[in-house]
Design a protein around this ligand. Structure first.
Ligand code: KIV
Length: 234
């Protein structure tokens, strides 16, 4: 049966056009509810905290991502489904990243993967993209770096940090990422990145000037009660 899903080239074509609408989903019923209303369903590794009550995304395994991505695929028919690569499944080498990204795609039929990183991950992004794996790169506040930051903190406040994040964005865009997720940066930086890179940017607590926005669905619904990001309207 031909697929009616929103495609990676259609996402790329939305640069500077109608904003991309992205929400997270981890389960079949929620995917079913959201599917008619979004362009992309992100199976984020935030599921570790949101669904399993973990303190960070670090306990999330590739197997968990595969099962939740299968569930979201079953509940959707229109949205482009992208799955997060969990911590430790891609940072070691481009080959490790390819092996695990290929598992995510082969076993779930999702359209692409998201991974965190900038300059240091550009070689991996290129390796995957050149071998047919669409990569959504995630820069700015990278939750898998929680311990290095000492918590979930806005990134890019000072000039040097802002310049480094802009370099990250350009590096992964040049390496062939199909889109860029920008998390937790000052509005001016989100805007500057969006104006600089040629791929669509999707922001979360980044800037209304991004080419789209992503939110964690449970945050909007008020289901996560111990933490409420300032940028979320319930
Ligand atoms: O894991 C996740 O849900 C994310 C959010 C920042 C959207 O990456």
């Amino acid at each position: 049966m031909p697929s009616n899903r929103f495609t990676i080239p259609e996402i790329r074509a939305r640069k500077g056009q109608e904003p991309l609408v992205v929400l997270t989903a981890y389960t079949t019923p929620l995917a079913r509810l959201l599917d008619p209303h979004v362009d992309i369903l992100l199976v984020g590794d935030s599921l570790g905290m949101v669904v399993y009550g973990m303190e960070s995304t670090h306990g999330v395994t590739l197997e968990m991502m595969i099962e939740h991505t299968k569930a979201v695929m079953r509940g959707s028919s229109k949205a482009c489904v992208i799955s997060d690569m969990p911590f430790g499944s891609y940072q070691e080498s481009p080959q490790q990243a390819f092996r695990n990204a290929a598992r995510l795609i082969n076993e779930t039929a999702c359209a692409g993967v998201k991974l965190e990183g900038g300059v240091e991950m550009a070689e991996t992004v290129r390796f995957l993209a050149e071998r047919g794996i669409p990569v959504w790169a995630h820069v700015g506040l990278m939750p898998q770096h929680k311990h290095a930051y000492g918590g979930f903190k806005v990134q890019g406040k000072g000039k040097d940090q802002a310049e480094a994040i802009l370099r990250d964005a350009v590096a992964v865009s040049d390496a062939g990422a199909f889109a860029l997720l920008i998390e937790g940066v000052p509005e001016q930086l989100g805007r500057q990145i969006t104006e600089t890179v040629t791929i669509p940017t999707v922001g979360i607590g980044a800037s209304p000037h991004c080419d789209g926005q992503v939110l964690v669905t449970e945050d909007i619904l008020g289901l996560v009660t111990d933490y409420s990001p300032k940028f979320v309207k319930r």
